[in-house]
Design a protein around this ligand. Sequence first.
Ligand code: PCA
Length: 157
Amino acid sequence: MSTSKLIKVFVYGTLKKSEPNHHWLTTSSNGYSKFISCGQTSEKFPLVIGTRYNIPFLLDKKGTGNNIQGEIYEVDEMMFGKLDELEDYPTHYDREIQDIKTSDGTIVPCWLYLIRNFPEVLLSRKFLTSYTNCKEQQYCERSKRDPNIKARNDLNF
Ligand code: PCA
């Protein structure tokens, strides 16, 4: 049996079921993951879509925006490491523990990824409650992006 520690992660963007990066959570060679519950953040956050690649960003400005809907997963350290790799933590996204409320009112502290030191212009975008990839603003996965533009420098687009 694995002795790896189990960690709770709240995903609100492309890692959710039916979204473009969900396969990271279901690929068993990435480690262990198990869906626990749907939930929403106890705090309000601005969740916007930004850059030319239509990436969902949860901005570090608590109290602005909405209580964000997403999914709670339990993952092992190996999977958590893979998610950090996908989110380019800590260069691009940072992460922190936030209280997530499930439908029966239980509070589950979970890690979530968020963007600190973002350009103010992102606060003029529409604040979402729940992210879905759609045809009008299609998410562009990292392998298809311009390698000459670093995501961190591209937050304005
Ligand atoms: N993936 C992470 C953070 C933003 C994104 O697209 C998530 O789904 O929570």
